[in-house]
Design a protein around this ligand. Sequence first.
Ligand SMILES: *Cc1c(COP(=O)(O)O)cnc(C)c1O
Length: 377
Amino acid sequence: MKYATKILHNGNERDPHTGALSIPIYQVSTFHQDDIEHPGRYDYSRSNNPTREALENTLAALEGGTRGFAFASGMAAVSSALALFSHGDHIIATEDIYGGSYRILTKFFNKFGLEVTFVDMTDLNQVEKAIRKNTKALFLESPSNPLLKITDIAGAVELAKRYNLLTLIDNTFMSPYFQRPLELGVDLVIHSATKFLGGHSDVIGGAVVVGSEALATKIYFVQNSFGAVQGPQDAWLVLRGIKTLRARMELQQQSAMAIARWLQGEDWVEKVYYPGLPEHPGHELIKVQASGFGAVVSFKTDTPERALRIMRNVRLWSVAVSLGGVESILSYPARMSHAALPKAERERLGLTDNFIRLSVGLEDAEDLMADLEASRK
Ligand SMILES: *Cc1c(COP(=O)(O)O)cnc(C)c1O
């Protein structure tokens, strides 16, 4: 079966009890047990809920994993994955990791003795140099946010295997439609389902998918004991969003490419970051490890004043955090997602005050370009 068909037909698309073509929202906390000696498949919704289960099985099918887990948010998914580690363990994470992941590693998990080193993952030599005796895992994000740097996933997996480390990846920017890291040997995939999986800016959610039963047992233990599960209403919204994943990803990518190419030719634009452009340093790599480039485009304007003017004047684009929705969003990392970083650290990473990130939605690309063109003046 081709992947596009699998998105809609993976064994989880119909309610097994009624045949309904949309999985009902099982808005329930607990389940009657006919036989106390032999508890049923469902007993309590933190442990398992039919709506959430349909989403979890769909996620597993789409990522090519043994088991999927749905969480209350992307950060609940990240935190539950990090809860696999113990006091005294060390992990290596990519330096331009999602801001919330950076925060939870440096301000929360550090309290429990989990050590972390941030490195530029595009350079596997740096990763290898950071490995210590107590290193347990590599935490990748590719493409990274918002610089869209590409990590060699298979190369990182090969390095991790040599040192007996787990590999975790945040696959939010690509979605399983464009990139399936488990097929490249990664152990655990994380998503913010709030973004492309949900796709409609109407739900907060997260996911973890693993490739082995052993890891599935461990994540299930965390999910059930820590309890950061996704509620049935929200799980249903993600399930519904996934049905149009292919159509959204294809069209949004097409517009992202058109906008990136147009920006490249504008004299008020200093630099464009989009892995779909042949000039992008990770272009050849992403072509090997993914089947698309996604719908996030970043760029630098000639001056910080211009960036601020665009933000004030845009009409079609929403100025907001988040990405991956059907409506186009423009964001300003210096004051939004990365405002918590000291200015010097921001500038070292390249997130200067003229840096803008675009999440391209489903509007007509020409209208989106015209809006940027009108607002820059
Ligand atoms: C948004 C995001 C998260 C966090 O997800 P929430 O659903 O907001 O908790 C994690 N990683 C990436 C790459 C994200 O874009």
